[in-house]
Design a protein around this ligand. Structure first.
Ligand SMILES: *[C@@H]1O[C@H](CO)[C@@H](O)[C@H](O)[C@H]1NC(C)=O
Ligand SMILES: *[C@@H]1O[C@H](CO)[C@@H](O)[C@H](O)[C@H]1NC(C)=O
Ligand SMILES: *[C@@H]1O[C@H](CO)[C@@H](O)[C@H](O)[C@H]1NC(C)=O
Ligand SMILES: [Zn+2]
Length: 279
């Protein structure tokens, strides 16, 4: 049994949702078909996610990705159900960073969050050959020189997101355990700080970091800023049915099940999708 020290109390639904701010959901009156009405940039021409058809990708000469401080065990993690996703931030002496991989700069880790489905046939945002995976994890980084994510959102090269696609496995993925075990007892919207049994960020990454897809796109939630250099790994990460069930037991701000929090594919509009591997 994993011990998780919960220091936090729940935020109120309104605080998490932002009183007075334009709202958005994945379905219904404020669903993704209506995002552009409140957030015009969601109607841009370089939106994410996309379907990646490997046959129509272009081989690029990529230098390896370089991860620093990704292997360090954080001192604490904050885990937030914000009503749209579950988001993890870490407190560490050194913030993890990623560079290389033709990113052209050093990008500093901000948070990771997850998209998932009501069943195993949906959940991921990116699809490969129109195959949708049960879950997709996004490691969000801001360009180091811009100082923080808010500032980075104003620059076309401001953000680098690493996208991981999951496949169902027989065994639990231990690196997801701190997150998943906290979901046992707290399913409502709110934030908690966890300080025990934490894993380094490297443990969520797939084994093969040399094979990835690369394209220029956007945040997949409003305001859909077109500032993201996307890296989608070809190698998959395991997650068990039991772990998926815990995620699906989360509630949104209305108390409904928090599932199917993914945006549909957006048109490529002539963008080139690169891949780092021959075949
Ligand atoms: C969690 O920790 C962070 C950073 O130490 C702190 O700012 C935040 O208030 C804490 N959250 C709760 C709900 O205690
Ligand atoms: C989105 O863009 C299309 C094509 O430019 C336009 O026809 C449509 O009215 C726009 N929608 C919104 C909500 O701005
Ligand atoms: C983010 O960086 C900008 C530019 O340096 C600065 O003005 C702003 O106060 C920072 N915001 C936060 C939340 O730290
Ligand atoms: Zn995301």
């Amino acid at each position: 049994m994993m011990r998780v020290v919960v220091l936090a109390s729940l935020l109120s639904a309104c605080a998490a949702h932002g009183i007075g701010k334009p709202q958005w959901e994945y379905s219904g009156k404020e669903g993704f078909d209506h995002w552009a009405e409140e957030f015009p940039s969601c109607n841009g021409s370089q939106q994410s996610p996309i379907n990646i058809d490997p046959f129509f990708t272009t081989v690029g000469a990529f230098e390896p990705l370089y991860f620093s401080h990704y292997h360090e065990i954080p001192e604490a993690e904050s885990i937030t159900n914000n009503g749209h996703s579950v988001e993890v931030k870490i407190k560490s002496k050194n913030q993890p960073q990623v560079s290389g991989g033709n990113l052209g700069a050093t990008y500093t880790f901000v948070q990771y969050h997850i998209h998932w489905g009501a069943d195993d046939l949906r959940g991921s945002e990116h699809t490969i050959n129109h195959v949708r995976y049960p879950m997709e994890l996004h490691l969000v980084h801001h360009k180091n020189e811009y100082g923080n994510l808010t500032a980075a959102l104003e620059h076309p090269d401001g953000v680098a997101v690493l996208g991981l696609l999951f496949v169902i496995s027989e065994y639990d993925n231990p690196s997801l355990a701190p997150l998943i075990s906290h979901l046992l007892s707290h399913t409502a919207v709110g934030e908690q700080n966890v300080t025990k049994d934490l894993y380094p960020l490297t443990s969520v990454l797939p084994r093969d970091l040399s094979r990835f897809y690369r394209y220029r796109g956007s945040l997949t939630t409003p305001k859909c800023n077109e500032v993201v250099t996307w890296t989608i790994f070809d190698d998959h990460v395991p997650v068990s049915d039991k772990q998926m069930a815990r995620l699906r037991s989360l509630s949104d701000t209305e108390g409904d099940p928090l599932v199917n929090n993914f945006r549909p594919n957006q048109p490529l509009n002539g963008r080139i999708v690169y891949r780092s591997f021959l075949k």
